[in-house]
Design a protein around this ligand. Sequence first.
Ligand code: NAD
Ligand code: 2HG
Length: 473
Amino acid sequence: MAQAQNISNAHPSGDSQRHLSVSTSPTAAFQSPLSSFGGALARRGVPKQLKPFNTQDIKILLLENVNQSGKDILTAQGYQVEALKTSLPEDQLIEKIRRLTQYRDVHVIGIRSKTKLNEKVLKEAKNLLVIGCFCIGTNQVNLEYAARHGIAVFNSPFANSRSVAELVIAEIITLARQLGDRSNEMHRGAWNKVSSKCWEIRGKTLGIVGYGHIGSQLSVLAEAMGMNVIYYDVVSLMALGTARQVPTLTSLLNQADFVTLHVPELPETKNMISAAQLAEMKDGSYLINASRGTVVDIPALINAMRSGKIAGAALDVFPTEPRANGDYFNNSLNGWDEDLRSLNNIILTPHIGGSTEEAQRAIGIEVGDALVRYINQGVTIGSVNMPEVNLRSLTSEESDYARVIFIHQNVPGVLRRVNEILGEHNVDKQISDSRGDCAYLMADVSNVQTSDLRDILENLEALSSRILTRVLY
Ligand SMILES: NC(=O)c1ccc[n+]([C@@H]2O[C@H](COP(=O)([O-])OP(=O)(O)OC[C@H]3O[C@@H](n4cnc5c(N)ncnc54)[C@H](O)[C@@H]3O)[C@@H](O)[C@H]2O)c1
Ligand SMILES: O=C(O)CC[C@@H](O)C(=O)O
């Protein structure tokens, strides 16, 4: 196929910077790991790398010390990768995107849990194609705004679940034996050998709120240590081992010796554990939160611990967390931080539930691969805000092919208009799906020349429903 020059990735803003020059010289072979088409791919040859751009033109900004495994995958593609160790607050991130040419046309932003990618920030990144959350939670991103602007978001849904579950097991024993306090006393030079209100965990009841990836793993580990497990979830879920689902949060709180929270940050989970719920817990019970800081009303917890109602707590997450290592955890953050620090038998950790070598490496690989697949082939499998769409990869044996991606508003009549445009060519295969207001169409067209691609692009761009058009080949 004759090579086209300057086919643009058109974007809703119509920004003139959105032009990527054309190259078909791959810098690294991309091996698609997609399972549903894997067999067919293996038989049909090496997947062809689809890109209407020099991979070197793709600009990626990674924040929050993303693992080397993820950086390696992205740099191996030839993309320009700028990696920062910390997150940036909204004003500094906007400033960076606005002021520095190298970020203004950033195509990919990679973050972990701290960087807030809200509408204000996303508006500035006018060339943004995709966001990688190198973590489980995606509450820090305005997913709906991103979808409306054709920006796909990917995460790693369970690569750190085991690490969180193991941390919680450690915390259950630490709280039951008041290990934090004993250790602190020894560090201060004081010997204080006590057994009063120190317990074995065998035979105690663990109440898990949210029986998803983390909650269910934890259930198995806790049972192996002799605990009885009950759980509460908004959906009915199969119990592992001899765990038992209870019908209400109150029922769980009334029965559990240890309550641990594993729900996502949602409007419904905000202050899910507040004064009323703490009052429903057993006297002398324990609370663990390694989900999100907003799930617990912390001033209410401080009161419940001061009164002795709650015998201990472990908190890994906080409504406002420091931006970087070395920053202070004091009242300037949340207003009650020093009261919290003054309590006995409380474990405070800096959001390290998923911070293990194993988890971070696996997350880097999973999200890195998803980003490459999306950039190079337009595949949305695993996206948290776009319909999941995939087609068998084109292979290097198939020449004169192009992949057309049309992200559009989910309104009646669009497919007919799109197919009028594509119908003038040989559409080899096509798939389309929608999620909420956003729809994603992927079509592989054969026997197309440069001029055809330009026509296809311009005609699709002229449709009023279009959000983003990409032509990959
Ligand atoms: N501390 C850390 O480092 C760390 C690491 C990973 C995840 N997390 C947090 O943990 C959360 C849970 O992770 P996961 O992978 O188990 O998520 P998941 O989506 O697999 O499971 C969440 C479960 O919570 C349930 N749920 C939702 N709303 C609920 C409600 N109102 N009441 C009861 N149950 C409800 C869901 O039905 C689901 O079963 C994540 O959303 C993330 O915020 C924290
Ligand atoms: O590594 C992080 O910053 C986030 C860890 C965790 O909260 C997650 O959502 O996966």
